[in-house]
Design a protein around this ligand. Sequence first.
Ligand code: FES
Length: 560
Amino acid sequence: MARTMPEATFTFNGAVIPFRDGQSIAAALTEAGQRALRRTAQGQDRGMFCGMGVCQDCLVTVNGTPNKRACMTAAANGLTIATQVAFPALDTAHAAPPVGGARSLSPDVLVIGGGAGGLSAAIAACRAGASVVVLDERKVAGGQYYKQSALKGAPLDTQQAEGATLLAEARDSGAEIIQGVEIWGAFDGLLFLAEHDGAALIARPKTAIVATGAYERPRMVPGWTLPGVMTTGAAQTLWRSYRTLPGQRVAVCGSGPLNVQVGLELANGGAEVALVAEAAPPPFTAPLPALRAALADPALTWKGAGMMVRLRRLGIPLRNRTVLTKVAPEGTALRASFAAADGSRQECTVDALCMNDGFEPQNEILRLLGARMRYDPIFGHLRCERDAILETSISGLFAVGDCAGLGGAPAAACEGRIAGRAAAARLGFGEATDLYAEQRLLRRHRAFQAALWRMYRSTPEAGIEPDSDTLVCRCEEITFAQLRAGLELDPGHVGTLKRATRVGMGRCQGRYCGPVAARLVARETGAEMQDLSYFAPRVPIKPVSISAILAAREALDDID
Ligand code: FES
């Protein structure tokens, strides 16, 4: 595939790195073979892992300012970038200026998240006549499913073209879409605090629709934090958004259809895909769920079957009932070890290892606001309780898409259309009395997802090795064995475990270790998993500069 030529350069630890207009710092560094971005307090190298602003392991220092996420920061000509150490000294001569000013918003409907669900909600609410603002964390809306290209003029694949159409519809509808917004606080009465472009952003909407999506569940094995190991979604973002391969030779592992899809996309992009390791047995061994999926959504089932055929045609080995057991460095590459259910073992050497073992909802805002949740044992995560119009237990607060529990992009879009109309109708814009067709479509999408995930094995219990030295908390570098020791001190609750071990106290706010720690405590105490099993959500839900917090407080004082 033809690629646009590099136009400019920045330096990374003194080395000159070329980049293409639109690439993120992480994409440009990956293309240049530089995978180690940050160094931990224990001297371990870390690289891009989630590719979507969640893990905080891609932090670099840019022009003297630390804590810049390489995956979320666009490369720019002449930048001086360096590996971030654990306790960086602030270079005050070059540091970014303090945050100044604040913008206040009070739309009829605030949509948080610019993916399939959020954009669909915005379009529906706008068309009903409500004023709508969409706040999105990324530079380009579209979310994890549509993953829009950041490169000007790059060809779009089918999914990206669908996303581009939806985005254009959202813009045409009159919704204001604000990109690059980091929401760090949510409070009763529907007050949201965020940082945007170096200024505070305060939103007091009449209604809000949360559509923050989900992030990927890793498989925690020895070496899963090495640079070059990343989520399958991160590898997909590199390729789709930046036309950057995560490595020339890659392996993909975990459970679920995304792994096969991304294996194919990378192979089509020119990568050698050494292996796709799937924990579940082949789909034909579960004929009933396969039949249910086919009945619920024949087109998507057919698409999935087609992916399997293409994988075979390309000669990419797909090993079912096979799980990752270990990753180790091998020169500049990675040695990945796998074990199959029949006892056989396999190893391969790759530049990049991609993993997806299911999903965790990004439900921090919903939990902060007190929306009622229940534990879903099949998916192993919390689901937000909602009524037929997707309103949560908090009046005026709606939740759509994967943030309320995994459901997939088609269901998210459907939910967005329902919630958008319902939120607008709540304020007197149009009516939401004829949602029957959308609700019937939603039931079909949900039936498909339920059947699909009975064919896969994204069991959250998999990979928990209570006595091992495998890291659980990437940020604070806490192992399973340390968690076990902490449990013996006081097994009562994950909150006490946090205080005993520091698990979940790092920059990612326990997004990866939190669900695992919660399950360990539940297992130890015999308690049922529920909302209270998890870390209590706290403000700030994302790292934010103190100056941004002060700017928000000043602005709020002025308003009050
Ligand atoms: S890779 Fe950038 S935050 Fe996770």
